[in-house]
Structure formats: structure tokens, C-alpha cells
Write a protein that binds this ligand. Structure first.
Ligand code: ATP
Ligand code: MG
Length: 457
């Protein structure tokens, strides 16, 4: 008794360790409501194979949470007592990935499942940076410890396809029913360990329509600066998850309502502070949400192109006012904006390249004479450029007549297209003596635009 008391006193800083020893609630199908066949066959199979080999194997995290809340899971995470090597050996198509957090990707049919070994709680030996951010998380532990190490109570639910029970260590099912997002452990400490959890809180709450428990909500405002120490690539991944979650509008609205859009992420500041572009940005986000909801593909490049467009416009205008030539000014403006974002957000080179292409096509939609419109139609990026133009028009930046003309043009046959073309308005160039007949003047002007995207900015 005395020993127990002493232990409790001396272990007080690690209250979460004691918490980890609590008994979980075992919740049957009648209460949690997950139908057995709602779980993907691949996830069931992985659990079965793990259990058949004498390990624990549970569906965990987002899928269990989403199924209880009535959403279709986006993907499946599996938690197991087997080590990554043991998992890898049990499946034909499996590979170990990650450094900070080693997990196994198991491929079954078209699905990839993330299988992670139960993690132990952090202790004094855990490696952190000077702000308390955990750098490695590869010490394995019990299921109870694993549950306590997860971020929110609703994410610490383990579903066993074998007996269809949900194992709930932290009252996650009750919190989900009460529409509360509650952090496991002390929110401040958990944000210090991993500042990304602040963004996850907002994303999960917005997606599931939950209220963030005040203890978890209040520190975000004062701690958001810690996000600056997170590696940009991780920040970018999380930002993409937020924007492509299908709930970007409620996510960003929630961020703004809570005053969290300032300083949380550089991109958010840009998005939220564009008085002129506001309508455009919200339209584009709503459009993306709708596409995700309908199961259509969404391109991160298109999204980033829309989010940053009014920044580009502002830089472009200011450069033109300093007498820089139009196209050169546009390319320099694109560089200004992307450089500022890439530094913090690690927008990959490929995405940045695609974003630039979409932007660089925009002035080319203004030409309606000669061969230029036909050449634009042949561009592999025409569709993305056109969709972008349409959004610009819908937001009031351009007359709707412009995308309408292009839609008709694209859907017409060769003869009708010729009739739609306007007379060339470049008499000066046309008059220039040329050896060959034909449309040299057009080609000149078109080439300038066509080559423009390749310019180094
Ligand atoms: P979704 O996949 O729908 O975005 P998710 O909750 O499944 O949501 P994942 O990133 O797939 O998110 O993570 C799977 C699980 O791993 C989470 O449910 C949570 O239990 C745990 N987890 C993920 N990220 C963290 C984190 N930063 N800190 C603590 N636990 C985390
Ligand atoms: Mg997940």
C-alpha cells in the first residue's frame, strides 16, 4: 500500500503512465453500431493474418471513428503487437517505411493498409528537440500504452473484426456521441510533443462536426508558433490533408472563427487575408469539397494555384506599374509568391511547376484570333487552365462570356471554330515583310506566350 502510494507520488509527472493502466471498456456491436461488412475486406484480412500468427491485430484510428460517426473511412490503419519486421514477413506485398515513426505498408488488391506496432509511452529517454517535440517514436509497448499515446480519445478505439468488439480506453465512443473532441493527457504537453496535433484538432472537429474541448482548444492560440519548428514536408502533408479532406470550407471557417488563422500557417494567412480574392478562394475550396464528396479526383496543384492567385495578381500589378513587360512581370510575380510559400511549406517542385503552368496559361485565354486559340486547345494543361478561368469568372474577376466562348470553341468542329475566331488585331506585325506567307505574326505572338512558362523566374 505504502509502496503503491510512493510510486504514485514519484511518478506524478507521468500521470499518463498510470492512466495507461486503466481497464478499457469493451463495447459490443449493439452499442457501437459498426456492421461487420462495413470494414474493408483487406483490413479484416490483415487482422486475421496477424491474429492467426499469434499477435494482436485491430483496426484503429480514423476508420473506427468514421464508421461509428457514420462516415465512409478514407483508409484503414491497423495496430498490432507484432514488430514491423514480423509484420513484413507475414505479407507478400509489404514494406517498412518511415524513420521518425516506422510502420509497415501492406498492399492487398488496390488497398494499402498502414500497420503500426503498439507504441510505448514517452519517458525521460525520449529524444526531443529544444521545444519538446518528439523526434523518434519507435519504442514498442502494450496496447494500453499505445492507446494513451494517441492524440484524441475518438482516435484511440480498437476494433477487432474477430469478435466485432471495440476496445475503448479513453471513453472515445462516449465523446464521439457527445460530439466532443478531447485530447488524451495534458493538451499543452501533447502539443509540445507534436505541434501538428493542433491542425489535426481543427481538421477532425470540422470534419465530424465536433466541439473542441476547451482544455484542448485554448492553448492552440498561444502555442501555434510551435508549428514553425515542424519540418516543412510534414506541414505540407497536413495542409494537404486539411484542404483535400472534403471539408476544407468548414475547417478554414473554424480556424477563422477561433482566430487561429493568424500565424498558424503562412498559406492560411495568405488565403484568409485576400479581400479581393476571398470570393475566389472560397469558391475554389467549395468546389474542391464538392469534388471530393463526389469521389472525383482533385489536383493539389490546381488547388494551390487558386489559393495563391490573388497574391500573384497583386505582385503582377505592382510589377507592371513599374513598367515591366506583361509576361515577364507575370513570371516574376509567380516566382515571388511561390518562393515565399515553398520556404515554409515545402510545396514540392513538381506541384510548384504545375501551379506555374496553370497560371501562365491565363493570359493566353485572351487571344481569340489567328492560330493561338487552337494552339492553346492542344496544350495538355488546357482543361486545368480552363477550369481555372471559369473560377475566375464565377468569382467576378472576369466576364462569364470568356469561359463561355472557350467552352463553345472547344466543343465546336474545325469549321465552326474558324468562324468563331476574331479578325487579327495586330496590323503592325502583319504589315512586316515576310518571306513566307501565312500566319507569321500570330506565330510570333503565340510563341512568346507558349515559351513563357519555361522561363526561369
Ligand atoms: P484520417 O486518416 O481520416 O485523416 P486518422 O485519425 O486515421 O484520420 P491518421 O493520420 O491516418 O489519421 O492516423 C491514424 C491514427 O494514428 C490516428 O487516428 C491517431 O490514433 C494516431 N495518430 C496520428 N497522428 C498522430 C499524432 N500526431 N499524435 C498522436 N497520434 C496520432
Ligand atoms: Mg487514417
Amino acid at each position: 500500500m505504502i509502496r503503491k502510494l510512493l510510486r504514485r507520488v514519484f511518478r506524478r509527472p507521468q500521470a499518463s503512465a498510470a492512466e495507461a493502466l486503466r481497464e478499457p471498456a469493451i463495447i459490443g456491436p449493439g452499442q457501437h453500431g459498426i456492421a461487420r461488412d462495413a470494414i474493408s475486406p483487406a483490413a479484416r484480412k490483415v487482422c486475421e493474418v496477424l491474429q492467426g500468427a499469434g499477435h494482436h491485430g485491430y483496426v484503429v484510428g480514423g476508420a473506427v471513428r468514421d464508421l461509428i460517426a457514420g462516415f465512409r473511412p478514407k483508409d484503414y490503419d491497423i495496430a498490432t503487437s507484432a514488430t514491423p519486421e514480423q509484420v513484413k514477413d507475414l505479407f507478400r506485398r509489404a514494406r517498412i517505411i518511415g524513420r521518425r515513426f516506422r510502420i509497415v505498408h501492406v498492399m492487398i488488391g488496390a488497398e494499402t493498409l498502414e500497420v503500426s506496432t503498439f507504441r510505448a509511452l514517452h519517458d525521460n529517454g525520449t529524444q526531443t528537440d529544444e521545444h519538446g517535440r518528439v523526434l523518434h517514436d519507435n519504442v514498442f509497448g502494450s496496447q494500453a500504452e499505445d492507446a494513451t499515446r494517441r492524440d484524441f480519445t475518438i482516435n484511440a478505439l480498437y476494433y477487432n473484426p474477430g469478435d466485432q468488439t471495440v476496445i475503448d480506453y479513453h471513453h472515445g465512443v462516449a465523446d464521439l456521441r457527445q460530439k466532443t473532441l478531447r485530447m488524451i493527457g495534458d493538451p499543452r504537453q501533447r502539443y509540445r510533443e507534436d505541434p501538428i496535433r493542433m491542425l489535426r484538432a481543427v481538421r477532425m472537429a470540422a470534419k465530424l462536426g465536433l466541439a473542441i474541448d476547451p482544455a484542448a482548444r485554448e492553448p492552440i492560440r498561444e502555442m501555434s508558433g510551435l508549428l514553425e519548428n515542424v519540418p516543412p514536408a510534414r506541414l505540407f502533408d497536413e495542409m494537404l490533408k486539411l484542404l483535400l479532406s472534403g471539408h476544407a470550407v468548414p475547417c478554414l471557417t473554424q480556424l477563422r472563427d477561433e482566430g487561429l488563422h493568424h500565424g498558424l500557417l503562412p498559406l492560411l494567412d495568405v488565403i484568409m487575408e485576400q479581400p479581393l480574392g476571398e470570393r475566389f478562394v472560397w469558391l475554389s475550396l467549395a468546389n474542391t469539397d464538392e469534388r471530393v464528396g463526389a469521389g472525383k479526383a482533385v489536383s493539389p496543384a490546381f488547388l494551390f494555384a487558386t489559393l495563391l492567385w490573388h497574391e500573384v495578381l497583386a505582385h503582377w500589378e505592382s510589377r507592371k506599374s513599374r513598367d515591366e513587360p506583361t509576361m515577364a512581370a507575370l513570371h516574376a510575380a509567380m516566382g515571388d509568391v511561390l518562393d515565399a510559400q515553398c520556404e515554409k511549406l515545402a510545396i514540392t517542385r513538381r506541384i510548384a511547376g504545375d501551379v506555374k503552368e496553370i497560371w501562365a496559361l491565363q493570359p493566353r485565354f485572351e487571344a481569340r484570333s489567328g492560330r493561338r486559340p487552337l494552339r492553346l486547345l492542344e496544350q495538355p494543361r488546357f482543361r486545368a487552365g480552363y477550369d481555372f478561368l471559369l473560377l475566375r469568372a464565377q468569382s467576378g474577376e472576369l466576364p462569364m462570356e470568356m469561359p463561355q466562348w472557350w467552352e463553345r470553341f472547344a466543343n465546336s468542329d474545325a469549321e465552326a471554330r474558324l468562324e468563331m475566331l476574331e479578325p487579327d488585331k495586330t496590323p503592325r506585325r502583319r504589315r512586316r515583310p515576310r518571306r513566307s506567307s501565312g500566319d507569321g505574326a500570330d506565330r510570333d505572338a503565340g510563341t512568346q506566350a507558349a515559351h513563357a512558362p519555361a522561363q526561369d523566374t
